[in-house]
Design a protein around this ligand. Structure first.
Ligand SMILES: NC(=O)c1ccc[n+]([C@@H]2O[C@H](COP(=O)([O-])OP(=O)(O)OC[C@H]3O[C@@H](n4cnc5c(N)ncnc54)[C@H](O)[C@@H]3O)[C@@H](O)[C@H]2O)c1
Length: 324
């Protein structure tokens, strides 16, 4: 197996999470990190031999990379992804792939103009509770899905570099940044909804939350994405009610009220073909992309077009939102 040389761009919150996972990734080695906060990056990588740069273009020039992993603030993704693709690199890019659909279309165009791969890191698609639910929906084992209620709740992020996350122009706000996890999951299974409604309490006094309803035929899906001005621990849950039963994900996955595991659920049982043993979605998504590159197989689990469709849906929801 080839051993890809990977450069990480941005080693803040999510970059730090990706960084921690590379030691377990097979077929790739993280050789360099670029972050404008060089001292912080040096501190995080101390003793590893990983080279640190302040400028990602210099890193690309010097490191003979095969792949980059972009974990910078969302408004930077478009330019960075297009630049890296133009330099002949495979690109794994944190969600959202860009902060609006127009930029997403440009990235798709750039990806399609090369033989390199681009994948938006929609981690939820790789997480066990969501992989399990997808399987139940697709297999029809509980009959038709009637209702899916997804919630993603967090304290307002106050920790981001230059506070970019609380700036709608740079992050897209709570729908583009947070609710997108569930919206993308729904879009990846059902496509574009027949009807959309949304109520959005825009960012005021450190609260920003939105409740979106999407109708597919007579199935009703809702996605709540919330940043509250309260010390609520992050949690993501769903309740899926079918004609003949229900599946729920809270602390574990439950089917008709019986815990069926969740974190022990193996990926090979969940159609992904990779090991998601302890439900480390972040490791799974990186490993999936690395395997695709090493095997010369285009990552069809999340295509550029699919993540672009998610951006289109997110923007449609925001346009339709009743703003409070
Ligand atoms: N998948 C998930 O669960 C998840 C969770 C949180 C964030 N994210 C996404 O990850 C991305 C990063 O978010 P975060 O929480 O890590 O933000 P962050 O502010 O914690 O980190 C961003 C990092 O980028 C660095 N940076 C800024 N400009 C740079 C440049 N020009 N070159 C190199 N580095 C630069 C900053 O110094 C900082 O270290 C965002 O797109 C966000 O939406 C995804």
């Amino acid at each position: 197996m080839a051993n890809l040389r990977v450069g990480l761009i941005g080693i803040g919150g999510m970059g730090g999470c990706h960084y921690g996972n590379y030691k377990d990734v097979k077929g790739a080695t993280l050789v360099a990190v670029a972050d404008v906060r060089v001292d912080m990056a040096k501190e995080k990588t101390a003793g590893t031999g990983i080279n640190v740069y302040s400028d990602y273009k210099e890193m690309i020039e010097k490191e003979n990379l095969d792949m980059v992993d972009i974990c910078t603030p969302s408004y930077m993704h478009k330019d960075m992804a297009i630049y890296c693709l133009s330099k002949g690199l495979h690109v794994l890019c944190e969600k959202p792939m860009t902060i609006n659909k127009e930029d997403a279309e440009e990235v798709v165009k750039a990806a399609n103009a090369t033989d390199k791969y681009f994948m938006a890191a929609h981690v939820v698609r790789f997480m066990a509770p969501y992989a399990y639910l997808r399987e139940v929906i697709k297999s029809n084992e509980l009959g038709k899905l009637l209702r899916l209620d997804m919630k993603r709740i967090s304290a307002i992020p106050t920790w981001s570099w230059e506070d970019w996350m609380r700036d709608e122009k740079r992050s897209g706000g709570v729908i583009t940044d947070l609710s997108i996890h569930d919206i993308d999951y729904v879009q990846s299974i059902f496509g574009m909804p027949d009807k959309i409604s949304c109520v959005h309490h825009g960012l005021k006094n450190n609260n920003d939350f939105a409740v979106t309803e999407m109708v597919y035929g007579d199935t009703i899906v809702s996605c709540e994405g919330t940043w509250y001005n309260a010390g609520i621990p992050f949690h993501a849950t769903y309740l899926a009610v079918f004609e003949n039963g229900y599946v729920e994900s809270t602390d574990k996955i439950y089917k008709n009220g019986v815990a069926i595991g969740g974190d022990e659920k193996k990926a090979e049982e969940l159609e992904l073909g990779i090991n998601i043993g302890n439900d480390n979605g972040y490791l799974n998504e990186i490993q999936y992309f690395v395997d695709c590159v090493n095997n010369g197989v285009s990552p069809d689990f999340i295509t550029p077009e699919s993540s672009c469709s998610t951006m289109k849906l997110v923007d449609t929801i925001k346009d339709a939102a009743v703003k409070l």
